[in-house]
Design a protein. Structure first.
Length: 88
């Protein structure tokens, strides 16, 4: 049985096990060569390397942060609609 050519279409491209988007600060450093930019780029790459070793992705961390900001319960109606019909 042959495999579909689209099987790996949604995977994040990686280089040395680190997502390719993590190398973007390195490319920014090429246009703005300062030591603080270099160390920031290295720090971002190392942070993404640690995250990838733990099996976490940027999308998962973003979703967890939004969940933490939003709270455990997401309501379907806005606050002003819910409060309009409350008996006082």
């Amino acid at each position: 049985m042959s495999q579909s050519i689209w099987r790996n279409a949604s995977r994040t491209p990686t280089l040395l096990g680190i997502p390719c988007i993590a190398y973007l600060p390195g490319f920014i450093w090429l246009f703005h060569m300062r030591w603080w930019t270099f160390w920031t780029a290295v720090g971002v790459i190392v942070a993404f390397a640690i995250l990838s070793r733990l099996g976490w992705t940027f999308r998962m961390l973003w979703a967890r942060m939004l969940h933490w900001l939003r709270g455990g319960r997401v309501r379907a109606r806005p606050w002003w609609y819910r409060n309009r019909f409350m008996d006082r």
